[in-house]
Structure formats: structure tokens, C-alpha cells
Design a binder for this molecule. Structure first.
Ligand SMILES: [Zn+2]
Length: 265
């Protein structure tokens, strides 16, 4: 696949670092008109002084893809699936009809998107399957929409990309772009996200898994301070206390033995 470099405009609001694997690719519409500069305009809005409390990894219109957040950082696009998701914003609106989705502009936008999403499926070993809310709740990996994330985790009420989004044609296009790299879902190595995904965490780590660790430490009475998802000195001290209490080496690094002790306690 010949791939042009994707321009990058850093969004203002995002979370630095990521403590989970990427499991889901989340499709959105920008609720913006179909203009040649829509991706650039929304990227500028995400980056500017009036940026919303939101961001996405990629903005896509009829002729351009702009990246706004690095894949290794967490964008704020679909609460419940941010920590393990990538967000793709498309020019257009959730209220579009099937006819609207099949105009020349939308077809070009979907083509650019499918090519990019195919690359990400390959890069992160993600099956080309559409996930419904129950699949997301069950921890399955694949492609989904903001509306499914809303339904699964009830942390937002957005309904994009809308009922008329041409789902089957889009998935076919992603498979086509994967070409020889396409792996049928039932032959996929990692259809399900790891159930006990407990990464080794230490000072400086951030994100969802740090918050999980802090909540666990608090439940066990080791007082890590607020569960803010930032592994600072209070978290290190709490991990050392927990390790000492369980007869482990008190190095302040939460590895497999520390997780095991906390989860079993
Ligand atoms: Zn959305």
C-alpha cells in the first residue's frame, strides 16, 4: 500500500501515554459540513484556544486525513472506550441518509478512512468486525461506532455515525485494503482483549490502568491518594506498603506479583 505522510496538528486536550493495548477503532461523524477543508478546520479547532474538551486521533474529509493525537496517547472521543480505542472523525453528520453517504464527497471520505483503518487493523492486529454494545461490554476487539460505545458504557449520548452509515460496504472496503494481510475474524489471534491485562506500572505511568491500580490500592487500605490515573510519589509509597504487607520486595513497581497479591487480597 503506498501511503502518503499524514499531517499532524496536536490537539490541545488529550491524555499523554496509554496503559492499555488498542482494542477498538471508533467511527465518528464531525457534525460538520462537507467542505474540502473540514478535516483541517476541525483539527485547528481541536488545537486552538477555543478547543472543546474533546479530541480524536484522526480527522478525515473528502480529500485529506489530519492526525490530531498520537496513537500512543489517549484522545477524548468516546468515554468508556478512550483508554483502549482510536477515534476517527469523518466529515458529515449522523443524520445523513443512505443517499447522503453515497454522494461523491462521502465516498471519497469513506475510501480514505477505510484505507487508514485497514492500516490500523494491521498495525494493532484488530479483526475487521463491527462490534455492537454487547460485544464491547464483553471485551471484544474490532471496529465500532460512537453510538455503540455510548450504548455499551452509558457515558455519553452521541449517536454518530448514524443509522445510515454504510457499515457493510465500509467493512468490505477495509478488507479490500488489507488485501493479503486480511485475517478472517474466526482465525484471529486476539479477538478478545486480554482478560487479565495487568501491565507493569511504575512512577511516571499514566492512564486507565494506573487508575485501576490506585482504586485497588485504596480498596485494600494502602491509601495511594486520589485515583487520578497519574503514578506519582503517593502511588509509589502505597505500592511499597502493599508489597511489604504481602512479603514482596518493596520496590514500588507494580509487576505481576504485586497485581496478583492485590487482586487476590
Ligand atoms: Zn462521536
Amino acid at each position: 500500500m503506498g501511503v502518503a505522510a499524514i499531517p499532524f496538528v496536536q490537539a490541545r486536550n488529550f491524555t499523554k501515554g496509554r496503559s492499555s493495548h488498542i482494542d477498538v477503532l471508533v467511527i465518528h461523524t464531525m457534525e460538520s459540513p462537507e467542505k474540502p477543508s473540514t478535516a483541517e478546520d476541525v483539527a485547528s479547532w481541536f488545537a486552538g484556544s477555543s478547543a472543546p474538551q474533546a479530541s480524536a486521533h484522526y480527522c478525515i474529509d473528502g480529500n485529506t486525513v489530519v492526525q490530531c493525537v498520537q496513537d500512543s496517547d489517549v484522545a477524548w472521543h468516546a468515554p468508556g472506550a478512550n483508554h483502549n480505542g482510536l477515534g476517527f472523525e469523518h466529515a458529515g453528520k449522523a443524520a445523513q441518509t443512505a443517499h447522503d453517504w453515497s454522494d461523491d464527497y462521502s465516498l471519497k471520505c469513506l475510501e480514505l478512512s477505510a484505507r487508514l483503518v485497514a492500516r490500523k487493523c494491521k498495525e494493532y492486529d484488530i479483526p475487521v468486525v463491527w462490534l455492537h454494545a454487547a460485544d464491547l461490554r464483553a471485551g471484544k476487539r474490532g471496529i465500532t461506532g460512537h453510538v455503540q460505545v455510548s450504548e455499551a458504557f452509558r457515558k455519553s449520548d452521541h449517536s454518530d455515525p448514524g443509522k445510515a452509515f454504510p457499515l457493510q460496504a465500509y467493512l468490505r472496503s477495509v478488507r479490500k485494503h488489507l488485501g493479503d494481510d486480511f485475517v478472517p475474524a474466526n482465525e484471529h489471534r486476539s479477538l478478545q482483549k486480554a482478560q487479565s491485562q495487568n501491565p507493569t506500572l511504575k512512577a511516571g505511568a499514566r492512564g486507565f490502568q494506573v487508575k485501576r491500580l490506585q482504586q485497588l490500592l485504596a480498596q485494600r487500605g494502602f491509601k495511594p491518594g486520589s485515583a487520578d490515573g497519574v503514578f506519582g510519589p503517593n502511588t509509589t509509597a502505597a505500592v511499597k506498603k502493599a508489597q511489604a504487607a504481602h512479603g514482596l520486595e518493596a520496590d514500588g513497581i507494580a509487576g505481576p506479583l504485586t497485581w496478583q497479591a492485590l487482586l487476590a487480597a
